[in-house]
Every structure is written in structure tokens, then in C-alpha cells.
Design a protein around this ligand. Structure first.
Ligand code: GLY
Length: 346
């Protein structure tokens, strides 16, 4: 390349960089990663309109994320697999009613719960998923059971529940999942009285939970679980149980879990896109996450990812006001965050 052309392209790159950063629509926390930790876990509890939360709400989420991290970390510390760690963290969040997964799931337009979950093992590319389950206490364990004990990858509805029951998973009555606050929220939405002030966590928050982990053997895993989106049409399935949309893990690249407007993550094969960008274009995880979210955003969606790459580098990326997120590594680092450091209003 001629020097003048070279200088010109350098100038264009600098201008492009300035434009991107002045838009401020991106948040990149890639520098928080660690490539030295022997094992590590990252969790999320949803993304969306998460800003200026009351201290007591912040505290509840912090506790929830910390407990989930601790569960997974204990598994990894004892030499357990990344898959087992992911399942442990997500089980915790499914039982904690502050999160939109398991108990506390949001409601369909008919007032019921329909939960989705998936898990993937980066070592084998084995995967399991369930969707539209209404009684399984821990859908992530059902997803793992499908992965470990079924010749299929994806079971839905009654078939998934019968399978879970056959293998001794705990089923609960629908009332266990349906909280009073969710009924009230749905009522307000149906009567068009919902307000961002009161109903922020369903109107513009995508409260899916997810976890990615690397174990002592360097194996990666990812999992995602959700009640979906409030007032979703009954029968709707989002990205969380779809391998390659909301969840993906491959030891050759990374493990990622998504939260956001599921339809857009499905349309853009968002989770697999991250892995493909790394594998085929040698993009680092930070950039791959950003590019995938930008593609998803270009179809009109909102949300974010957590990720860990094959070297244990941790990253997250989202285009919303906040994302409940945290990590814990064997090198002693840990962090829990909620807000976007410099979100600009679109
Ligand atoms: N991302 C969760 C859903 O759309 O169902």
C-alpha cells in the first residue's frame, strides 16, 4: 500500500473509531477478563431498563448473583465440570424468585408460565434443551438430562415434562411459579396501566438468567434459562432454549449466554455468530460479542451477552441501560455489576 493510501486509511479508521465512541452505544468490559485464571464462572440475570434501582432492590440482585457465582465456583473448585457448574448457578437463580426463570417467571398472555432452558458442553458439542415447560422446578436440569440421557437435543411441552418425570426430576404445581406480583403486573399490562416506574422489570427488562464457565480441565460450558417475555403470546418460544441463538459453547472458541429480545437473537443466530466470528475471522471474544450484538440490534433488538473464551478471558457486552452480571475466577478476581457505565439514551 502506498504511504498516502496508508495514511488515508489510518485517518478513516481514527474517524470511524471516534464516531463509534462518541455515539456511546457500546459498552465493552472486555478488559475485565483474565487469561491466567485456572477456572472461572460468569453469570447474568437479565438486561434492559436497569438504572437507578432502589438500594434494597440492588441488594437483592447482588445477593442473588453472588450466591449463584458461589454455587458454581464451589463445583469448579472441587474439580467438577463446567457443565455441572453452569447447572448449579442456574438452578440457584431459578429458585430465587427475583429472577425471571423457574419460580418468578413472567406470565404469558393467558396468565400461565412457559419456561425455556438450554445447556451446552463445549468439549463435546453435546447440548440439551427444553421449551414450554410448566411444572419442572428446574428447567436447566431438564435441559441437562436431555443432553445426558436422551438421543434428542430438544424436547418441548408435555413430552419434556414426562421425560423429566421419568428420570425423577421434581415437578411442581403451576402456582409454585406464578407470583402475586406477576399477576398484578399482567393485569396492569392488560388494562394498559403498566408504567415503567412500577413495572420496569417486565416492560423493558429481559430477565433471563445465564451462566458460562471454564473448569480445571479447560472445558467450557454455557446455559440459559427463562420465563421468556411478559405477556408473550402463549406458545411462543424465545432464544434461550435455542442452541446457537441464546446459548453456545465450543472449546475451540468460547461459551456464551444471551439475554434480550429473543426473536432478534434467533434471527441473527447471535450466540453461534460469536463463536463463528472467533473461529473463522479470528476475532477476539470482546469484538465478537460486540459485532453479534450490533447485528442483533440492526434487526431492532435489545440485550446482551456474557462470555468466556478458551483462554479463560471473560467479557460481556450489552446495548441496554444495564445488565445484571458478575464473575468469579480462581485467580481471586470477582465483580458484580448492574449498570451501564455511560449509557446514552437512544
Ligand atoms: N431472551 C429471552 C426470551 O426472549 O425469551
Amino acid at each position: 500500500m502506498k504511504i498516502s493510501n496508508f495514511l488515508q486509511s489510518l485517518l478513516f479508521s481514527a474517524i470511524a473509531l471516534l464516531l463509534v465512541s462518541s455515539c456511546g452505544s457500546v459498552e465493552n468490559s472486555g478488559s475485565q477478563g483474565s487469561s491466567t485464571s485456572q477456572f472461572a464462572v460468569v453469570v447474568h440475570g437479565g438486561a434492559g431498563y436497569i438504572k437507578n434501582l432502589p438500594p434494597e432492590v440492588e441488594k437483592r440482585y447482588e445477593e442473588g448473583l453472588q450466591n449463584a457465582l458461589n454455587r458454581a465456583y464451589a463445583v469448579l473448585e472441587q474439580g467438577g465440570s463446567a457443565v455441572a457448574a453452569v447447572e448449579a448457578a442456574i438452578r440457584y437463580m431459578e429458585d430465587d424468585s427475583i429472577f425471571n426463570a423457574g419460580r418468578g417467571s413472567v406470565l404469558t398472555n393467558k396468565g400461565g408460565v412457559e419456561m425455556d432452558a438450554s445447556i451446552m458442553d463445549g468439549k463435546t458439542l453435546n447440548a440439551g434443551a427444553v421449551a414450554r415447560v410448566k411444572h419442572i422446578k428446574n428447567p436447566i436440569s431438564a435441559a441437562r438430562l436431555v443432553m445426558d440421557s436422551c438421543r434428542h437435543v430438544f424436547l418441548v411441552g408435555d413430552g419434556a415434562e414426562e421425560f423429566a418425570l421419568e428420570y425423577g426430576l421434581q415437578l411442581m404445581p403451576e402456582e409454585y411459579f406464578i407470583l402475586e406480583k406477576r399477576k398484578k403486573q399482567l393485569k396492569r399490562i392488560h388494562s394498559k396501566q403498566a408504567s415503567l416506574q412500577k413495572d420496569w422489570d417486565v416492560l423493558r427488562k429481559y430477565g433471563t438468567v445465564g451462566c458460562v464457565a471454564m473448569d480445571k480441565n479447560g472445558n467450557l460450558a454455557a446455559g440459559t434459562s427463562t420465563g421468556g417475555m411478559m405477556n408473550k403470546r402463549y406458545g411462543r418460544v424465545g432464544d434461550s432454549p435455542i442452541i446457537g441463538a441464546g446459548t453456545y459453547a465450543d472449546n475451540q472458541t468460547c461459551a456464551v449466554s444471551a439475554t434480550g429480545t429473543g426473536e432478534n437473537f434467533i434471527r441473527t443466530a447471535a450466540a453461534f455468530r460469536v463463536s463463528a466470528l472467533m473461529q473463522y475471522l479470528n476475532k477476539p471474544l470482546d469484538e465478537a460479542l460486540r459485532l453479534s450484538i450490533e447485528k442483533m440490534e440492526s434487526t431492532g433488538g435489545d440485550g446482551g451477552f456474557i462470555g468466556i473464551d478458551k483462554n479463560g478471558h471473560i467479557s460481556w457486552y450489552f446495548n441496554t441501560e444495564g445488565m445484571f452480571r458478575g464473575y468469579k475466577t480462581s485467580s481471586g478476581e470477582q465483580k458484580i455489576e448492574m449498570y451501564h457505565p455511560d449509557y446514552y439514551k437512544k
